[in-house]
Design a protein around this ligand. Structure first.
Ligand SMILES: Cc1cc2nc3c(=O)[nH]c(=O)nc-3n(C[C@H](O)[C@H](O)[C@H](O)COP(=O)(O)O)c2cc1C
Length: 373
């Protein structure tokens, strides 16, 4: 890895300082610059969080939580609200799940009308509720239907269609390379590969060799995903796999700064200081206030009980904040808890938002309030 002087950041022609890292990649006509993607995460990447991450970190792409196409078929208002498209998130990918080609095509048209720049198909979710309908990672076991679904989508919309998949259903080799190649022929514009098998859930380590193999098998761009938690992990992902972009999931929950630091490091080869206490608190409050606009105050606070404490992760007294926020009902409660925390934690040194020494494979705790997919 070569890192040198700090370039003028307004100079877009600046040459990458970190070797093996591309400037950007393309999804059809959509340019993803920088080549850093906030992963789709159920109960996490709602509109409020996507806006927040976009503003603080500037990733090249943000993706919605997985959205049920059957629920869209029945025009569920709660599901329609999940689009929450605003200009400041663009480009925005809407991720859909479903196994019925017609219903998927109909949902994709609705998503494009709502403002989606890209339609992403979920072929990675392993939870039984999704897989028993033939959707999510179950599509990896029925390649013919996966192709039918994607073909219907490509025909239905004039925005690019992408696919996020796992390496296969059960442990073994890269079982999905053949499917990905077929999907490429059908017109999929780019792929993301989470380097685990469906049966693994989030256990074990993501195997980046599988991502390298997939990259070699494909002509379209491939985004590498799994266990990226620091700028150095992101660089390693690019260098070890030859991928076109990196996707950050769990490390970014309650932590937009890890994405900010990755974007900044790829652009400049330099590291930023961690955010201070006040910046963390204000960011957490912006998050909950924005979510309250769509969910209402009570639901927003309850929804974020597991995520808000993560903004103060690393301070010695953060456990007390976590306990208190688990009982919060209103934004005023949250403000008061942070005000008390200010009293206790303000003088502590600001902890890093990622660990320099961490290597892929170490466990990350997923907040209880979130549904891993
Ligand atoms: C709470 C949570 C929710 C998730 N929801 C989705 C989802 O809606 N769609 C999807 O394709 N993947 C989902 N995932 C998987 C992530 O997008 C990502 O592939 C996975 O976490 C591996 O990346 P990471 O190691 O950076 O976390 C979810 C993961 C978590 C932890």
């Amino acid at each position: 890895m070569t890192a040198c002087a700090i370039p003028n950041q307004s100079d877009r022609s600046v040459v990458r300082l970190v070797s093996g890292v591309p400037d950007a990649y393309r999804v059809g006509a959509v340019r993803i610059d920088p080549p850093v993607v906030l992963a789709p995460m159920a109960d996490v990447t709602n509109g409020a969080y996507r806006r927040l991450v976009k503003r603080i970190a500037g990733p090249g792409l943000v993706v919605t939580e997985l959205i049920s196409t059957v629920a869209l078929h029945y025009r569920s208002q709660k599901t329609l609200n999940m689009f929450d498209v605003t200009e400041d998130q663009r480009p925005l990918a809407v991720q859909l799940f479903g196994a019925d080609p017609q219903i998927m095509a109909e949902a994709a048209r609705i998503a494009v009308c709502a403002g989606a720049d890209i339609i992403d198909v979920n072929m990675g979710c392993w939870v039984p509720k999704v897989c028993k309908t033939g959707a999510g990672a179950a599509m990896l076991r029925d390649e013919d239907n996966a192709c039918r679904v994607v073909e219907a989508l490509v025909r239905a919309v004039d925005v690019p269609v992408t696919v996020k998949m796992r390496a296969g259903w059960d442990y073994g080799h890269l079982a999905t390379a053949g499917l990905a190649r077929k999907l490429e022929q059908i017109g999929v514009a780019a792929f993301a590969l989470h380097g685990r098998f469906a049966v693994q859930g989030h256990s074990g380590e993501a195997d980046w060799n599988l991502i390298r193999e997939m990259k070699q098998a494909l002509r379209r761009p491939l985004v590498g995903n799994g266990d990226i938690r620091s700028p150095f992990d992101a660089v390693r992902m690019f260098q070890q796999t030859g991928c076109d972009g990196v996707m950050i999931g769990r490390a970014a929950i309650g932590n937009p700064w890890v994405v900010r630091d990755i974007v900044h490091y790829l652009r400049t080869g330099t590291l930023l200081p961690p955010p201070g206490f006040e910046e963390r608190v204000q960011t957490a409050l912006i998050h909950v206030c924005d979510l309250a606009r769509t969910l209402g105050e009570g639901r927003a606070v309850r929804h974020l009980r597991g995520q808000l404490p993560l903004y103060l992760r690393g301070y010695r007294g953060a456990a007390r904040v976590r306990e208190a926020i688990h009982r919060a009902e209103t934004i005023r409660d949250v403000e008061q808890i942070f005000a008390q925390a200010r009293h206790h934690l303000r003088d502590e040194p600001d902890p890093p938002v990622w660990d320099i020494g961490r290597t892929p494979g170490e466990n990350v705790t997923v907040p209880a309030a979130s549904r891993p997919c």
